[in-house]
Design a binder for this molecule. Structure first.
Ligand code: SF4
Ligand code: SF4
Length: 301
Protein backbone atom coordinates (compact mmCIF):
# COMPACT_ATOMS: atom_id res chain seq x y z
CA UNK A 1 0.00 0.00 0.00
CA UNK A 2 1.42 3.42 -0.86
CA UNK A 3 1.74 6.39 1.44
CA UNK A 4 -1.38 8.13 0.17
CA UNK A 5 -3.57 5.04 0.66
CA UNK A 6 -2.12 4.57 4.15
CA UNK A 7 -2.89 8.19 4.93
CA UNK A 8 -6.49 7.86 3.73
CA UNK A 9 -6.95 4.64 5.64
CA UNK A 10 -5.69 6.41 8.79
CA UNK A 11 -8.32 9.11 8.38
CA UNK A 12 -6.24 11.96 6.93
CA UNK A 13 -8.22 14.04 4.45
CA UNK A 14 -5.30 15.65 2.66
CA UNK A 15 -1.65 14.97 2.06
CA UNK A 16 0.83 17.03 0.12
CA UNK A 17 4.54 17.01 -0.53
CA UNK A 18 6.97 19.86 -0.76
CA UNK A 19 10.67 20.25 -1.01
CA UNK A 20 12.43 21.21 2.18
CA UNK A 21 13.22 24.82 1.32
CA UNK A 22 12.46 28.20 2.87
CA UNK A 23 8.65 28.23 3.29
CA UNK A 24 6.60 30.64 1.18
CA UNK A 25 5.26 32.87 3.98
CA UNK A 26 8.53 33.08 5.86
CA UNK A 27 9.01 36.76 5.04
CA UNK A 28 5.46 37.59 6.20
CA UNK A 29 6.13 35.61 9.40
CA UNK A 30 9.26 37.69 10.11
CA UNK A 31 7.30 40.91 9.52
CA UNK A 32 4.64 39.67 11.95
CA UNK A 33 7.29 38.97 14.58
CA UNK A 34 8.96 42.34 14.02
CA UNK A 35 5.59 44.04 14.43
CA UNK A 36 5.14 42.33 17.84
CA UNK A 37 1.75 40.86 16.95
CA UNK A 38 2.29 37.67 18.95
CA UNK A 39 0.96 38.71 22.37
CA UNK A 40 2.79 36.95 25.21
CA UNK A 41 4.08 34.15 22.98
CA UNK A 42 7.66 35.44 23.12
CA UNK A 43 8.97 31.91 22.49
CA UNK A 44 7.80 32.29 18.92
CA UNK A 45 10.63 34.78 18.27
CA UNK A 46 13.33 32.39 19.28
CA UNK A 47 13.55 30.00 16.37
CA UNK A 48 13.43 32.03 13.18
CA UNK A 49 16.32 30.02 11.74
CA UNK A 50 14.57 26.71 12.46
CA UNK A 51 11.39 27.98 10.81
CA UNK A 52 13.35 29.09 7.77
CA UNK A 53 14.91 25.72 7.12
CA UNK A 54 13.40 22.34 8.11
CA UNK A 55 16.90 20.90 7.63
CA UNK A 56 17.74 22.39 11.02
CA UNK A 57 14.97 20.24 12.58
CA UNK A 58 16.02 17.10 10.74
CA UNK A 59 19.52 17.18 9.24
CA UNK A 60 19.40 16.12 5.61
CA UNK A 61 15.65 16.74 5.34
CA UNK A 62 14.60 16.68 1.68
CA UNK A 63 10.82 16.41 1.75
CA UNK A 64 8.10 17.82 3.97
CA UNK A 65 4.95 15.68 3.97
CA UNK A 66 2.01 17.82 5.08
CA UNK A 67 -1.06 16.09 6.46
CA UNK A 68 -4.53 17.26 7.44
CA UNK A 69 -6.64 15.30 9.90
CA UNK A 70 -10.29 16.34 10.40
CA UNK A 71 -12.04 17.34 13.59
CA UNK A 72 -15.75 17.43 14.10
CA UNK A 73 -17.68 20.42 12.72
CA UNK A 74 -20.03 20.07 15.73
CA UNK A 75 -19.18 22.60 18.41
CA UNK A 76 -18.83 20.99 21.86
CA UNK A 77 -21.27 22.59 24.28
CA UNK A 78 -22.48 22.57 27.86
CA UNK A 79 -26.09 21.79 28.81
CA UNK A 80 -26.55 25.48 29.64
CA UNK A 81 -25.60 26.69 26.18
CA UNK A 82 -21.90 27.57 26.48
CA UNK A 83 -19.35 26.23 24.00
CA UNK A 84 -15.67 25.59 23.43
CA UNK A 85 -13.82 25.68 20.11
CA UNK A 86 -14.30 22.61 17.95
CA UNK A 87 -10.66 21.52 17.95
CA UNK A 88 -10.83 20.90 21.72
CA UNK A 89 -12.90 17.70 21.20
CA UNK A 90 -13.18 17.25 24.99
CA UNK A 91 -14.35 13.63 24.75
CA UNK A 92 -11.23 12.56 22.89
CA UNK A 93 -7.54 12.26 23.62
CA UNK A 94 -5.51 15.41 22.96
CA UNK A 95 -5.02 15.70 19.20
CA UNK A 96 -1.26 16.13 19.60
CA UNK A 97 -1.12 12.55 20.82
CA UNK A 98 -3.80 11.07 18.53
CA UNK A 99 -2.68 12.68 15.29
CA UNK A 100 0.98 12.27 16.23
CA UNK A 101 0.51 8.50 16.67
CA UNK A 102 -1.16 8.23 13.28
CA UNK A 103 1.55 10.29 11.59
CA UNK A 104 4.26 8.17 13.25
CA UNK A 105 2.65 4.98 11.92
CA UNK A 106 2.58 6.59 8.49
CA UNK A 107 6.25 7.52 8.80
CA UNK A 108 7.00 3.85 9.48
CA UNK A 109 5.52 2.89 6.10
CA UNK A 110 8.13 5.14 4.47
CA UNK A 111 10.72 2.71 5.78
CA UNK A 112 9.40 0.04 3.41
CA UNK A 113 10.50 2.06 0.38
CA UNK A 114 13.27 4.13 1.95
CA UNK A 115 14.88 1.92 4.59
CA UNK A 116 17.77 4.33 5.18
CA UNK A 117 15.66 7.46 5.44
CA UNK A 118 15.28 9.29 8.72
CA UNK A 119 11.99 10.95 9.61
CA UNK A 120 10.60 13.28 12.21
CA UNK A 121 6.94 13.83 12.98
CA UNK A 122 5.65 17.25 14.07
CA UNK A 123 2.18 18.07 15.41
CA UNK A 124 2.46 21.58 16.81
CA UNK A 125 5.59 20.22 18.45
CA UNK A 126 8.38 21.89 16.50
CA UNK A 127 8.99 25.35 15.09
CA UNK A 128 7.81 24.83 11.53
CA UNK A 129 5.56 27.05 9.42
CA UNK A 130 3.05 24.28 8.90
CA UNK A 131 0.44 26.23 6.93
CA UNK A 132 3.16 27.50 4.61
CA UNK A 133 4.31 24.01 3.76
CA UNK A 134 0.74 22.77 3.40
CA UNK A 135 0.11 25.64 0.99
CA UNK A 136 3.30 24.95 -0.94
CA UNK A 137 2.36 21.29 -1.27
CA UNK A 138 -0.81 22.21 -3.16
CA UNK A 139 -3.19 20.47 -0.75
CA UNK A 140 -4.95 23.69 0.26
CA UNK A 141 -4.62 27.44 0.49
CA UNK A 142 -4.28 29.85 3.40
CA UNK A 143 -7.47 31.90 3.70
CA UNK A 144 -7.76 35.51 4.79
CA UNK A 145 -8.58 34.09 8.23
CA UNK A 146 -5.05 32.63 8.36
CA UNK A 147 -6.34 29.04 8.34
CA UNK A 148 -5.38 26.29 5.93
CA UNK A 149 -8.43 25.54 3.81
CA UNK A 150 -8.73 22.23 2.00
CA UNK A 151 -11.30 22.78 -0.76
CA UNK A 152 -13.98 20.10 -0.51
CA UNK A 153 -13.35 19.74 3.20
CA UNK A 154 -12.76 23.17 4.76
CA UNK A 155 -10.54 24.34 7.60
CA UNK A 156 -11.64 22.13 10.49
CA UNK A 157 -8.41 20.17 10.32
CA UNK A 158 -5.36 19.53 12.46
CA UNK A 159 -2.08 19.83 10.59
CA UNK A 160 0.85 17.49 10.97
CA UNK A 161 4.13 17.09 9.14
CA UNK A 162 6.51 14.27 8.48
CA UNK A 163 9.97 15.58 7.69
CA UNK A 164 12.02 13.00 5.90
CA UNK A 165 15.48 12.67 4.39
CA UNK A 166 13.89 10.71 1.53
CA UNK A 167 13.24 12.61 -1.69
CA UNK A 168 9.73 11.44 -2.44
CA UNK A 169 8.36 11.24 -5.93
CA UNK A 170 4.86 11.56 -4.42
CA UNK A 171 1.47 9.99 -4.99
CA UNK A 172 -2.01 11.08 -5.77
CA UNK A 173 -5.55 10.41 -4.70
CA UNK A 174 -8.81 12.21 -3.97
CA UNK A 175 -8.05 15.41 -1.98
CA UNK A 176 -4.47 14.24 -1.87
CA UNK A 177 -1.98 16.45 -3.64
CA UNK A 178 -0.17 15.27 -6.71
CA UNK A 179 3.58 14.99 -6.40
CA UNK A 180 5.28 18.30 -5.82
CA UNK A 181 2.46 20.16 -7.48
CA UNK A 182 2.16 23.93 -7.68
CA UNK A 183 0.85 25.77 -4.62
CA UNK A 184 -2.92 26.14 -4.75
CA UNK A 185 -4.25 29.51 -5.84
CA UNK A 186 -5.99 31.66 -3.25
CA UNK A 187 -9.72 30.96 -3.51
CA UNK A 188 -11.03 33.66 -1.14
CA UNK A 189 -11.68 36.04 -4.02
CA UNK A 190 -13.67 39.09 -2.91
CA UNK A 191 -15.01 37.39 0.21
CA UNK A 192 -14.28 39.22 3.47
CA UNK A 193 -16.69 37.35 5.76
CA UNK A 194 -14.03 36.35 8.28
CA UNK A 195 -12.56 39.84 8.49
CA UNK A 196 -16.02 41.34 8.94
CA UNK A 197 -17.18 38.78 11.51
CA UNK A 198 -14.15 38.76 13.84
CA UNK A 199 -15.58 40.11 17.10
CA UNK A 200 -12.38 41.84 18.21
CA UNK A 201 -10.84 43.14 14.98
CA UNK A 202 -7.93 40.73 15.47
CA UNK A 203 -7.81 40.10 11.72
CA UNK A 204 -6.26 43.41 10.74
CA UNK A 205 -6.19 42.46 7.08
CA UNK A 206 -5.89 39.41 4.90
CA UNK A 207 -3.80 36.87 6.88
CA UNK A 208 -2.74 39.64 9.27
CA UNK A 209 -3.57 38.41 12.75
CA UNK A 210 -2.98 40.51 15.83
CA UNK A 211 -2.77 37.68 18.36
CA UNK A 212 -3.11 39.98 21.33
CA UNK A 213 -6.67 40.79 20.22
CA UNK A 214 -7.61 37.26 19.18
CA UNK A 215 -9.98 35.39 21.50
CA UNK A 216 -8.46 32.09 20.53
CA UNK A 217 -5.09 33.29 21.81
CA UNK A 218 -6.48 35.22 24.79
CA UNK A 219 -8.58 32.36 26.17
CA UNK A 220 -5.96 29.63 25.68
CA UNK A 221 -2.44 31.10 25.70
CA UNK A 222 -2.69 34.40 27.54
CA UNK A 223 -1.71 34.33 31.22
CA UNK A 224 -3.23 36.72 33.72
CA UNK A 225 -6.55 38.52 33.75
CA UNK A 226 -8.63 39.05 30.65
CA UNK A 227 -9.65 42.50 29.58
CA UNK A 228 -13.38 42.79 30.44
CA UNK A 229 -13.99 43.88 26.83
CA UNK A 230 -12.74 40.46 25.68
CA UNK A 231 -15.27 38.70 27.93
CA UNK A 232 -18.10 40.66 26.34
CA UNK A 233 -16.94 39.63 22.87
CA UNK A 234 -16.61 35.93 23.66
CA UNK A 235 -20.35 35.50 23.37
CA UNK A 236 -20.84 32.12 25.11
CA UNK A 237 -17.61 30.47 23.96
CA UNK A 238 -15.48 29.81 27.04
CA UNK A 239 -12.38 28.46 25.29
CA UNK A 240 -11.04 29.35 21.86
CA UNK A 241 -13.02 31.03 19.12
CA UNK A 242 -14.23 29.63 15.82
CA UNK A 243 -16.04 32.67 14.44
CA UNK A 244 -13.69 33.29 11.50
CA UNK A 245 -14.07 29.65 10.49
CA UNK A 246 -17.83 29.40 11.09
CA UNK A 247 -18.54 32.15 8.57
CA UNK A 248 -16.25 30.71 5.92
CA UNK A 249 -18.16 29.32 2.94
CA UNK A 250 -15.64 26.48 2.63
CA UNK A 251 -16.83 25.05 5.97
CA UNK A 252 -20.05 23.11 6.58
CA UNK A 253 -23.02 25.00 8.00
CA UNK A 254 -23.15 25.04 11.79
CA UNK A 255 -25.15 22.28 13.50
CA UNK A 256 -25.75 21.95 17.19
CA UNK A 257 -23.91 19.07 18.80
CA UNK A 258 -25.04 17.17 21.91
CA UNK A 259 -24.03 18.62 25.25
CA UNK A 260 -20.69 16.96 25.98
CA UNK A 261 -19.37 19.22 28.75
CA UNK A 262 -20.55 19.97 32.27
CA UNK A 263 -22.45 23.18 32.93
CA UNK A 264 -20.47 26.27 33.84
CA UNK A 265 -21.52 26.12 37.51
CA UNK A 266 -20.04 22.64 37.70
CA UNK A 267 -16.86 23.88 36.01
CA UNK A 268 -16.56 26.75 38.46
CA UNK A 269 -16.90 24.34 41.41
CA UNK A 270 -14.59 21.68 39.94
CA UNK A 271 -11.33 20.87 41.73
CA UNK A 272 -8.04 20.10 40.02
CA UNK A 273 -8.22 16.38 40.84
CA UNK A 274 -11.60 15.96 39.18
CA UNK A 275 -10.52 18.04 36.18
CA UNK A 276 -7.38 15.97 35.78
CA UNK A 277 -9.33 12.71 35.99
CA UNK A 278 -11.88 13.85 33.38
CA UNK A 279 -9.84 16.03 31.05
CA UNK A 280 -6.18 15.35 31.87
CA UNK A 281 -5.67 13.48 28.59
CA UNK A 282 -7.60 15.94 26.43
CA UNK A 283 -6.83 19.24 24.73
CA UNK A 284 -8.55 21.02 27.66
CA UNK A 285 -5.58 20.12 29.82
CA UNK A 286 -3.37 22.58 27.93
CA UNK A 287 -5.10 25.76 29.08
CA UNK A 288 -6.08 23.95 32.30
CA UNK A 289 -8.91 24.39 34.76
CA UNK A 290 -7.87 27.78 36.17
CA UNK A 291 -7.82 29.39 32.74
CA UNK A 292 -11.21 27.87 31.90
CA UNK A 293 -12.62 29.26 35.15
CA UNK A 294 -11.09 32.67 34.37
CA UNK A 295 -12.73 32.63 30.94
CA UNK A 296 -16.12 31.68 32.33
CA UNK A 297 -15.93 34.53 34.82
CA UNK A 298 -14.99 36.91 32.00
CA UNK A 299 -18.04 35.83 29.98
CA UNK A 300 -20.29 36.25 33.00
CA UNK A 301 -18.97 39.69 33.94
S1 SF4 B 1 -10.36 33.25 16.27
FE1 SF4 B 1 -12.00 34.74 16.75
S2 SF4 B 1 -10.98 36.52 17.59
FE2 SF4 B 1 -9.40 35.26 16.58
S3 SF4 B 1 -9.26 36.07 14.53
FE3 SF4 B 1 -10.77 34.43 14.43
S4 SF4 B 1 -12.73 35.44 14.76
FE4 SF4 B 1 -11.14 36.87 15.41
S1 SF4 C 1 -14.43 33.61 5.08
FE1 SF4 C 1 -14.07 34.21 2.96
S2 SF4 C 1 -12.24 35.51 3.04
FE2 SF4 C 1 -12.34 34.39 4.96
S3 SF4 C 1 -11.09 32.58 4.64
FE3 SF4 C 1 -13.19 31.99 4.14
S4 SF4 C 1 -13.37 32.35 1.93
FE4 SF4 C 1 -11.53 33.43 2.62
Amino acid sequence: MNLVDHAKESGFVALGLSLSKKPPFYHAFCQWIDANKFGQMAWIKRHRDLRENPGTLLPGCQTVISLAYPYSPLKPRTPDGFTVARYCEPQRKDYHTRVGEKAKRLALTLKESYPDAKSRVCVDSAPILERSFAHRSGMGFVGKNNMLIVPGHGSYVFLAEILTTALLPGGQSEHMAEPMKEPMKDQCGNCTRCLDACPTGALEGSRRLNASRCLSYLTVEHAGDLDPKAGKRMDRCILGCDVCQEVCPFNPAEKAGKASLPGITEFLKMDEGTFKMRYGQTALSRPGLQRIKRNIKAVLT
